[in-house]
Design a protein around this ligand. Structure first.
Ligand SMILES: Cc1cc2nc3c(=O)[nH]c(=O)nc-3n(C[C@H](O)[C@H](O)[C@H](O)COP(=O)(O)OP(=O)(O)OC[C@H]3O[C@@H](n4cnc5c(N)ncnc54)[C@H](O)[C@@H]3O)c2cc1C
Length: 478
């Protein structure tokens, strides 16, 4: 039987894992995950750590081991090919560059080692480079991409073989996941266990819970206190659940709903949800075509933007001390739980790049460190969208007013008060802009400017004008 090494990356699951499932049909299997030493622990490392433990258990139930090793991909693969007499390497495609070398490097290594290499479908709805315009170009704008995607063949989830044959390895070939010390005894990540439960089975349960309770109300997903969005993002990012399985299950739910009224609702909200899921495919496609997008603005003129290198302001933003309650609540929720909803992500990101005029790459790096669902493609696309530097992005001149956004998306201040307990006693009329509260009200609410809650870091109208003036400079330099 062929001896096959299956390399896991952002696809830490056993269901709908094209490389693993095919390897099980073709020969004896050795599942491997390679991790690199990182200087600083990221929130997503916590999720990764527990997802790896879960994957190891799931594979054990299939009589397969999981070798988890620290090192660089090339040397580890070289060593394993030799040690276990590997004849083929199977892996699902990806363009994400974190924590492992790219597909090209592995392809070249396989040629050098004279082992067969097989790439399988990536962790997306459609294969890379298949959604193209009539002129065979990649789409730069989402809506026509989406229209083409829904006509395309969404990849069908793969079927696992009835049983797997393992390549026998000694326990000493792999380190215990705990010993890898991915979390470096970090106190900060310890609290994530109050908010998250990694695992493949749990990801499927969460999807069912979402379908049963929240999907009919998906149009309200932007309201942070309602908690409607699925929160599947960390599971999708690490690959605990496949986007194809999610797609299939939502479509099935639309077809299964018998009551006509309910069906109209589920179809409408189901398609709205699938459209969001397709944004992820769009993000992966952009990263595949423009791998530099992590470092460079897609719209060239933004690379000349006069960003302010103001570390004090940046620190205030990171800590949730800008004096704008929705921004501060968001940044504090992010630090505490590793997650904020899409609207809050847009508001805090916009405040950084427009009100504070700080480089989007600083914000992107902070999100990379603190988001439990960090996904390179989505994060890059999200920041370029908010900045206005992406091809299909919110124009820079449209500056979110953080007070209006708070009034609209947290009208009764529930979310703000949850994350900013110092504002608990403030009457609703002032909770979105405490700086407008008269002295007597502040006293009653036990608020002291600059002491219990910061005064606004910048004044909205003025910050907006300055942002637009800075934008005029790069508009002219185009
Ligand atoms: C500045 C910024 C940074 C972001 N960084 C990330 C990131 O690192 N990781 C990440 O997964 N998402 C990121 N997003 C996109 C989006 O905010 C999250 O995917 C979403 O909030 C996750 O919550 P959910 O799973 O409950 O979403 P749901 O609304 O339930 O959506 C389901 C899934 O669809 C995908 N999705 C939804 N919205 C988007 C979107 N706008 N772009 C791309 N995919 C989407 C995600 O995989 C998500 O899990 C970012 C957005 C912005 C504005």
């Amino acid at each position: 039987m062929k001896r096959i090494l299956v390399l896991f990356r952002n696809d830490l699951r056993t269901n709908d894992h094209p490389a693993l499932n095919q390897a099980g049909k073709d020969g004896e299997v050795l599942p491997v995950y390679i991790t690199h030493a990182r200087q600083q622990v990221h929130a997503s490392d916590w999720f990764l750590h527990y997802q790896l433990i879960d994957l190891k258990q799931s594979l054990r139930q299939l009589n397969l081991p999981l070798l988890v090793v620290k090192g660089d991909t090339v040397s580890v693969l070289q060593q394993f090919v030799d040690e276990f007499k590997i004849e083929a390497i199977y892996l699902n495609q990806t363009y994400i560059e974190t924590a492992y070398e790219g597909d090209q490097v592995i392809l070249e290594l396989a040629k050098k080692l004279a082992v067969q290499i097989k790439f399988f479908q990536p962790n997306t709805l459609v294969a890379f480079h298949t959604i193209l315009t009539n002129q065979n170009q990649h789409y730069k704008v989402f809506t026509p991409f989406w229209k083409r995607l829904i006509q395309a063949d969404i990849i069908k989830p793969t079927r696992a073989p009835a049983s797997y044959h393992a390549i026998n390895v000694s326990e000493s070939s792999s380190q215990e996941i705990e010993q890898l010390n991915l979390l470096k005894d970090s106190d900060w990540t310890a609290k994530f266990e109050h908010y998250w439960k990694p695992g493949e089975t749990y990801a499927h349960q969460l999807l069912e819970q979402f379908i049963n309770h929240a999907l009919p109300h998906y149009n309200e997903k932007e309201y942070p206190s309602l908690d409607i969005a699925s929160r599947l993002s960390p599971y999708i990012a690490v690959g605990a659940i496949s986007p194809r399985v999610i797609w299939d299950r939502i479509v099935e739910e639309m077809l299964l709903t018998e009551d006509q009224q309910d069906r109209i609702i589920i179809e409408k909200q189901g398609w709205a949800f699938l459209r969001q899921l397709a944004w992820r495919d769009f993000a992966y496609q952009q990263l595949a075509v423009y791998p530099d997008a992590k470092r460079k603005a897609l719209k060239e003129n933004f690379n000349q933007f006069p960003w302010l290198k103001d570390h004090q302001r940046f620190d205030a933003w990171k800590k949730g001390e800008t004096g704008y309650p929705l921004v501060d609540a968001g940044m504090r929720e992010l630090w505490e739980t590793g997650w904020i909803n899409n609207r809050v992500r847009m508001v805090v990101a916009s405040f950084l790049v427009k009100h504070l005029r700080i480089d989007w790459r600083w914000g992107q790096a902070w999100f990379e460190e603190t988001l439990i669902d960090h996904d390179q493609a989505n994060n890059v696309l999200g920041w370029q969208w908010v900045t206005g530097s992406g091809f299909d992005a919110a124009p820079y001149f449209r500056v979110f007013n953080p007070i209006r956004q708070a009034e609209k998306f947290d009208p009764d201040g529930t979310y703000i008060k949850q994350w900013l307990p110092e504002l608990t006693d403030l009457p609703i009329a002032y909770v979105h802009h405490p700086s407008k509260a008269p002295k007597a009200i502040l006293e009653q609410a036990n608020l002291e400017w600059g002491q219990t809650y910061p005064a606004p870091l910048v004044e909205h109208d003025q910050a907006r004008k300055q942002a637009l003036a800075a934008y005029d400079m790069i508009k002219e330099s185009k």
